[in-house]
Ligand binder design. Structure first.
Ligand code: NAD
Length: 482
């Protein structure tokens, strides 16, 4: 069965003003599972107008903080009640394991509940101004119409990370899901209606980069929250200049996983493997360069290769699959090109590296691939691969580690494996990254801020920091006539 998607504008489903559509495919076999509409610039105008109207409409503007919280909570309940269906849809569209996708719906519901709790706690301050007879206080007001532009790796989860704080603070939104994976965001819009979200508060426009660009350039859009590549992040900053939109960016990463000389290798292998291979390496937080003390390299590589060779590759629909196909044929080729570049630059493939045939031939599979003999300046050690490719680099002098870890434009995530607590903290403080994990795989929680240093982005998702990014501070000056 294929899904025929429409646009969701002003609370109505519509085919929009154009005639262009695009297909979305099942990454495990390339078959078409859905068709979506390529929104036109007139559709973008219509969605922005609907979001602007809803922003000022009493149904939303006049809704109490407590009722906004209940609304987000209802949405969370609906997400959970429909988690199996949504997880299955996400798995078919994105390729990821059905269990993982279904579990991620519970994570998204947690985000909604976390921000549901915040709606009644967004306060201003009374400011101690030194001007006689003046009362000054601040209000935190919504920014306005927010364009939420999302990537294909965790489609609905990332949309909810943005939507929850945006709605908690009273904004209206237009979500533009990635063209590879629009289906769960469209289904989520139906749940918004069911939860009682007023018309125009949540709109969904499907389409490719042109739709994203039109939103970014639109003077009626007040804020863009974008998750995606650093290259597109730069374009968004340029495009937002017209009306100086507020911009939040969650971009790429190249996370080092540092295995110190005295690390517990079994934990380091297990955590590094999970960190490198979850969602088939298609994660901004993926551990993707492994600095191993030269005295432990042979043991680490042997154990990692053994563990990786046990990983069961298969379609997301099979609950036993541990490594699922990549999202598209184009991305499969992109990852394979990195594998070729690693070979050409002189690194050695210990495991994987070849496109699998047989039952895997029609899907976009890349097997778990382990490189040794990698030098810090090779492309596979420096650039974001976004696939199940793990490069191992050796070091001798622990004093070099901070410089090696920081020698990158990225700064999203880093990891340190050590039994020396003090060394773990020292490295965590010295590495320039938004998240540093010590003896742990990459994890997320709505109560922990998420985002990057340097070219990995601007701002933080989750926590009160996300609320700040969806509000403007207004000062009110009142003469007390004294
Ligand atoms: P992408 O940048 O190609 O596309 C992301 C979204 O932006 C899509 O919806 C796309 O249609 C849209 N888009 C493309 N060009 C645009 C433009 N010029 N203007 C406006 N919108 C445009 O990224 P992708 O390939 O979908 O995702 C992979 C990237 O996302 C990786 O680099 C990854 O690290 C990053 N990512 C980061 C995080 C994080 O939290 N930091 C999370 C997930 C993914």
């Amino acid at each position: 069965m294929t899904t025929q998607g429409q646009l969701f504008i002003g609370g109505e489903w519509t085919n929009g003003s154009g005639s262009e559509t695009f297909d979305t495919v099942d990454p495990s076999n390339g078959s078409v599972i859905g068709t979506a509409i390529e929104a036109t610039s007139a559709d973008v105008d219509a969605a922005v107008e609907a979001a602007q109207r809803a922003f000022h409409d009493d149904a939303w503007r006049g809704m109490s903080a407590s009722d906004r919280g209940k609304l987000l909570w209802r949405l969370a309940d609906l997400l959970e009640a429909n988690a199996s269906e949504l997880g299955e849809l996400e798995s078919r569209d994105q390729g990821q394991g059905v269990g993982f996708a279904t579990g991620s719906m519970a994570g998204a519901a947690d985000q909604l509940r976390y921000f549901a709790g915040w709606t009644t706690k967004i306060t201003g301050t009374v400011s101690p101004v030194s001007i006689p007879g003046m009362l000054h206080y601040t209000r935190r007001e919504p920014v306005g119409v927010c364009a939420l532009i999302t990537p294909w790796n965790f489609p609905l989860t990332i949309a909810v990370w943005k939507l929850a704080p945006a709605l908690a603070t009273g904004n209206t939104v237009i979500i533009k899901p990635a063209e590879q994976t629009p289906l769960t965001t469209l289904r989520f819009a139906e749940l918004c209606t069911e939860a009682g979200v007023p018309a125009g508060v949540v709109n969904v426009l499907t389409g490719g980069p042109e739709v994203g660009k039109a939103l970014v350039n639109h003077r009626g859009v007040d804020k863009v929250s974008f998750t995606g590549s650093t290259e597109v992040g730069r374009e968004i900053v340029r495009g937002s200049a017209s009306n100086l939109k507020r911009v939040s960016l969650e971009l790429g990463g190249k996370a080092p996983s540092i295995i110190t000389q005295e690390a517990d290798l079994d934990s380091a292998v297990a955590g590094s493997m999970f960190g490198g291979l979850f969602n088939s390496g298609q994660a901004c937080a993926a551990y993707s360069r492994f600095y191993v003390h030269s005295s432990r390299e042979a043991e680490f590589t042997e154990k990692l290769a053994a563990a990786m060779s046990e990983v069961k590759m298969g379609p997301g629909s099979d609950p036993d699959s541990q490594l699922t196909p990549l999202v598209s044929a184009e991305h499969q080729k992109h990852v394979e090109d990195y594998i070729s570049s690693g070979r050409e630059e002189g690194a050695e493939v210990v495991l994987g590296g070849e496109r699998p045939g047989g039952e895997y031939a029609s899907g976009f599979y890349v097997p778990p691939t382990l490189f040794t003999g990698v030098k810090h300046d090779m492309r596979i050690a420096r650039e974001e691969i976004f696939g199940p490719v793990l490069p191992v680099i050796t070091y001798d002098d622990p004093d070099e580690l901070v410089a090696l870890a920081n020698d990158t434009d990225y700064g999203l995530v880093a990891c340190v494996w050590t039994k020396d607590v003090a060394a773990g903290h020292r490295l965590a403080h010295a590495i320039r990254a938004g998240e540093v994990y010590v003896n742990a795989p990459p994890l997320l929680d709505p109560a922990a801020p998420w985002g990057g240093f340097k070219s990995s982005g601007w701002g933080r998702e989750m926590t009160g920091e996300a609320l700040d990014s969806y509000t403007e501070t207004k000062g009110v000056w009142v003469s007390l006539g004294e």
